[in-house]
Ligand binder design. Structure first.
Ligand code: FAD
Length: 115
């Protein structure tokens, strides 16, 4: 995909979710205390620095209501899926089935369609 123009809100959001879900899909199963602190700070700073002001403000509020569950890859991936669904709900998009989050972002679909 070629981009020669600044990203709009939809493009920025799509690419950011791709990064976030892929990052969390590769988070350790048994993270160290430092890794847990790092990922917690990452999401906190994302809310402050996200280059769509209204999105970042709402995201920061969501983090206070639903703080990151940093104890393992599974808990963090599920948490991010719930957070993304909160945003989906707010803007009228479909809710994603969080039981399938690792299939979507880590392992590939069970039917082999990602091979
Ligand atoms: P996206 O929502 O970008 O999703 C990308 C892909 O992720 C989908 O194709 C799907 O396969 C997968 N997916 C969808 N839901 C989930 C889930 N719950 N868990 C795992 N995978 C999933 N837009 C606004 O208009 N207002 C806002 O306030 C706003 N806040 C945002 C806050 C953040 C932190 C981010 C990253 C984005 C925000 N956006 C906001 C953008 C919005 O969420 C979408 O990214 C954008 O509308 C593009 O939507 P999309 O249909 O391409 O799919």
């Amino acid at each position: 995909m070629e981009h020669n123009c600044p990203l709009n809100k939809v493009q920025l959001g799509y690419h950011t979710w791709n990064l976030l879900h892929t990052m969390v899909a590769n988070y350790p199963d048994e993270p160290s205390p430092q890794e847990q602190e790092d990922v917690y700070q990452f999401f906190k700073l994302l809310g402050r620095l996200y280059p769509c002001k209204e999105c970042g403000l709402d995201f920061s509020l969501l983090l206070t209501q639903r703080p990151p569950v940093t104890t393992s890859q599974n808990t963090l991936s599920e948490w991010l899926c719930f957070i993304h669904n909160d945003v989906n709900q707010k803007i009228g998009k479909s809710i994603f089935d969080c039981n399938r989050v690792n299939e979507r972002w880590r392992d590939g679909w069970n039917d082999g369609s990602c091979d």
